[in-house]
Write a protein that binds this ligand. Structure first.
Ligand SMILES: [Zn+2]
Length: 122
């Protein structure tokens, strides 16, 4: 969460207002779709409420993930919630539902790209 805000700041996006709102990251057993894939690893319950950050993560998936995947999932869901980011078809983009990054630097580059787009849309 803090690293997310630091990347935002370094990209010229001030998200410090988030500290004024409740931030809830909850682990739960989410319903699985038939293929066992999709975006049900987690979702952003607070995405339509700008004064709340509320993310739900499936604990079963979470426990099978490595640190990179966990970080990526959190960043993805935080981007839905805080930036109101939507899914994209570009697989190298963090907001692609099944995007996967090989390492942390690549993930950070992808985040920087999202913040840049966010900045340009306002
Ligand atoms: Zn998503």
């Amino acid at each position: 969460m803090d690293s997310y805000l630091i990347i935002a700041e370094n990209s010229g996006v001030d998200l410090s207002f988030i500290y004024n709102y409740p931030v809830k990251i909850q682990f739960d057993n989410l319903p699985k779709d038939s293929e066992g894939t999709g975006d049900y690893l987690g979702f952003a319950l607070g995405k339509d409420d700008n004064e709340l950050v509320h993310i739900v993560i499936d604990y079963q998936y979470w426990s099978s993930m490595n640190d990179l995947q966990k970080t990526q999932l959190l960043y993805h869901e935080l981007s839905h919630d805080i930036l109101n980011a939507k899914h994209v078809s570009d697989e190298t983009h963090l907001m692609h539902p099944n995007s996967e990054f090989k390492n942390i630097p690549m993930l950070i580059v992808a985040m920087t790209q999202i913040f840049k787009q966010f900045k340009e849309s306002f």
